[in-house]
Design a protein around this ligand. Sequence first.
Ligand code: SF4
Length: 322
Amino acid sequence: MAHQLLSCYDLHISFTLSDGQVDEAVRGIAFSLDETETLGIVGESGCGKTMTALAVMRLVPLPGKITAGSVFFKENNLLTLSEQQMRTIRGRHISMIFQDPMTSLNPVYTCRSQIKEAIVHHGIARTSDADALIESILHEVGIPDPKRTADSYPHQLSGGMRQRVMIAMALVCNPRLLIADEPTTALDVTVQARILDLLHGLQSKKSMGMILITHNLGIVGDIADKVIVMYAGEVMEYAPVRELFDRPMHPYTVNLLETIPAIAARKERLTVIPGEVPTLRNIPPGCPFHPRCNRSMPRCSTEHPALSTPGTNHQVRCLLYA
Ligand code: SF4
């Protein structure tokens, strides 16, 4: 029987700016993840996906603050732990990889010394065993010459190789949860597919949980077990992946699915969603998606939809289903 790994309840993240105004970046997010599941979090830039992930790591940047909610990792509410306790969890039990490895890898240290730092910090192996462990994890992430790559500096590697080194660094301590934040966005399309295959394979081989954050709903179709669609800091739809693809309910999800290019369809133009994601300062009243929604009704501009559960395990925030 699968055990719950992570559960997040009613999470709120706010930014108090110098003029005193409080902007809510994430409003009432809730989800759960079993030990070997993959959760996809999807939405356009600025929807609150990365902030949600950073809240799990307790790394929300100032002046941001988690103002309410709880984040249980197994039986521990991470939001009540001390910073010292969190340091023993980050990188050891929960790891995160980011969009651009160049901003996460230190350009003045070799890959070996950066991976070794994680091993030593968490006491994973004796110093004498660390080199063998580093080369073994680099081999595991598909690097053909682990010794030479370990002794390289990040700028000496291609974008795909750097992302593999980041994945190796994230996995060297054998975490139970991997958070991958847009891990392929900065890469060429052909490399993207290989990195996604690698992540999917490693997740199942190591029986770990994974949160995959992406703006591309097409990416989660093959990898995720369930999906959250976020918009303007809120969950718009939350369902098992097949259910979401077969029976999308929220107009935003339907629009996102229509933006996935289908080679067989041979469309002349790609579908786009009109308008822009609102900034935190300009979240519209009522349903935040109403200015862009092609099914908007008069009440949508005044009534804020609650999350309802019209199907088993299928939640949607839309007045069409209220
Ligand atoms: Fe569209 Fe109204 Fe549903 Fe919002 S509540 S998604 S505006 S139909």
